[in-house]
Ligand binder design. Sequence first.
Ligand code: PAF
Length: 295
Amino acid sequence: MLVHRRTADLLDWRNAIPSGTPIAFVPTMGYLHDGHLSLLSEARRRAGTDGQVVLSIFVNPTQFGPNEDLDRYPRDEAGDLAKAASCGVDLAFCPSHPRELYPGTPAGTSSGADAAANTGATWVNVEGLDAHLCGRSRPGHFRGVCTVVCKLLGLVRPDVSLFGEKDFQQLAILRRMHADLFLPGTIVGMPIVREHDGLAMSSRNANLDPVARVAALAIPRFLAEVRRRFAAGERASAALVDGAAAALAPGRVDYVEVVDAASLQPVEAITGPTLCAVAVHFGGVRLIDNTVLLP
Ligand code: PAF
């Protein structure tokens, strides 16, 4: 497995790939878990034996707000590279510094607000789909996500890029950006991977202390109750999520929303594919999860 740390080296590598070689791409922020590994395995399957699988590992400063967990985001590059190699990744792109992707960033600002504040002049903003859910509680988050993914797609020029459905809103926004900007390849969403006890896999789970880890099981329990009510015939959004704050306690609820799965706008009554999504803080760690309801 090759590891490149400079954008120039990634571009040289890409330009030397014979045309027609399938390229499958998995962008990540590292601290890989089984959810990421399912994306890499699917990437390997789609690239085939003649193709190339590219993984990027970059904790993107521009998608973190000033009071968010950029500096606490878990990192384990050596462990990530070992896992990537075992999944058959051909190239891991691990930028040595944010300025590899944001050339405006001065030397000496490797993380935090300084790095995020000096990141260049060009931004990608998908309007509308970020009005609710994480877009409302994390202003500027999706601008940072879209900007970095757009840069990465331009560099890697993949045939297929894979993202997890746990970040349902991110996937919807990236699909829209991809279509609107005629970006290369196709975007594929992959199902949420859960721990044995139902907690959705997330790099941030590593920051949960043992008490918060147990308490966080309120999230999958709550989503199971939403699905139970839906299966029993409930179609009113308010009734589906009634009692959410108590069910998710002692978690601090950021949002519990029921939205149309395509427009991501709130719905009062469910008539088509619908997303119930939550963001809840446990022990200072913000977790997200969701379930799709199909009438
Ligand atoms: O989902 C993530 O890990 C990140 O938001 C992404 C897509 C790699 C962009 O930094």
